[in-house]
Design a protein around this ligand. Structure first.
Ligand code: AMP
Ligand code: TRP
Length: 341
């Protein structure tokens, strides 16, 4: 099927999806529920192209040894979650040279003012004030290149990436406006509410691996006892009733997580825990999450030991990705006026 994507160019019905996640050390339950798990489901209904966005990752300083391991870990973990290279193309961004090349071209069609308005740039430059590098600033043009190279119709993203996708659309429209239709204008594909997993320590904030408080997030690869400990320490309220409600951000979040991993509705969960305390509920959520991640962890442990298999998968996908993206790059370069090689 991955090969079909290449040969058929654009089959009538199936829309094409592109998305990527940065290979940070910790992939959280938030990443899984909000992004990865949806990718896995999308594979059956769309032509999916996914990447580990390792070029994006060096906008903040990375230790080479740790970085190399994180890239491989991310690749293996996403496979463990169910990304299937028989159905989808799943590659490592730095293995496909067209991304950096188109990013350069698109940089010249992206305005300083537009990039200055990106909230992620403002946040990250405040956080890493000692390293406000040009890559951090032009990061959205690289993301635009990722998406536009594959003529993606839909881009599954979290709400935090909406602004970058909007910019991608603007860049594509601008380019098409100058040179004629070159890029497909992509739409965002933002999961329904409930896809926002909040911090276990401050449930008004999103669960994020960059949170300094380790108890705020659950990593997919956390040990069962660590997961349980984090849920037991989760911040709740003083009402002691397991139901959705205003001012009950902590419980709302735990119900959301429980619902996401068990498929039960909030009402069903409320009925189940009628008359029970928060202690019981937190333990039950911990157990449900442990059950959900157990098979993923088992697959990850097997995969990460099999370097040859991982290599074979990412090479195969990179080869196809290169061919698809090269066509778009060639087309864009020709329109700009470059001589063919
Ligand atoms: P990040 O780890 O922030 O680079 O995000 C990678 C992907 O996971 C993006 O699509 C995010 O929207 C999604 N994501 C990250 N954190 C959460 C969260 N707490 N809840 C839901 N989705 C999330
Ligand atoms: N910028 C995204 C993030 O930090 C990752 C990403 C890179 C991406 N390229 C992309 C997401 C293309 C969607 C499409 O989460």
């Amino acid at each position: 099927m991955a090969e079909e994507i290449l040969t058929q160019e654009k089959p009538e019905k199936k829309k094409r999806i592109f998305s990527a996640i940065q290979p940070s050390g910790t992939i959280t339950l938030g990443n899984y529920v909000g992004a990865l798990r949806n990718w896995v489901k999308l594979q059956d209904d769309y032509e999916c192209i996914f990447a580990v966005a390792d070029l994006h990752a060096i906008t903040v300083r990375q230790d080479p040894k740790v970085f190399r391991q994180n890239i491989l870990n991310a690749y293996a973990l996403f496979l463990a979650c169910g990304i299937d290279t028989e159905k989808s193309i799943f590659f490592i961004q730095s293995h496909v040279h067209t991304h950096a090349e188109l990013a350069w071209l698109l940089n010249c069609y992206t305005q300083f003012g537009e990039l200055s308005r990106m909230t992620q740039f403002k946040d990250k430059s405040a956080k890493h004030a000692d390293n406000v590098n040009a890559g951090l600033f032009t990061y959205p043009s690289l993301m635009a290149a990722d998406i536009l190279l594959y003529q993606a119709d839909l881009v599954p993203i979290g709400a935090d990436q909406k602004q970058h996708l909007e910019l991608t659309r603007n860049i594509a429209e601008r380019f098409n406006g100058i040179y004629g239709k070159t890029f497909t204008i992509p739409d965002g594909y933002i999961p329904k509410v409930g896809a926002r997993v909040m911090s276990l320590q401050d449930p008004t904030k999103k669960m994020s691996k960059s949170d300094e408080n380790n108890n705020a997030w659950v990593a997919l690869l956390d040990k069962p006892e660590t997961i349980m400990k984090k849920f037991k320490r989760a911040i709740t309220d003083s009402e002691a009733r397991v139901c959705i409600g205003e001012g009950k951000d902590g419980i709302n979040n735990l119900i959301g997580i429980m619902s996401a991993v068990t498929g039960k509705t909030a009402d069903e969960i409320t009925a189940e825990f009628e008359g029970k305390g928060y202690g019981d509920f937190k333990t039950a959520v911990g157990e449900a999450v442990i059950e959900e991640v157990r098979p993923i962890q088992e697959r990850f442990d097997r995969l990460i030991k099999d370097k040859a298999y991982l290599e074979e998968q990412y090479r195969k996908s990179a080869e196809i990705a290169e061919k698809i993206s090269q066509r778009t790059l060639d087309k864009a370069m020709k329109k700009i006026g470059y001589l063919a090689r």
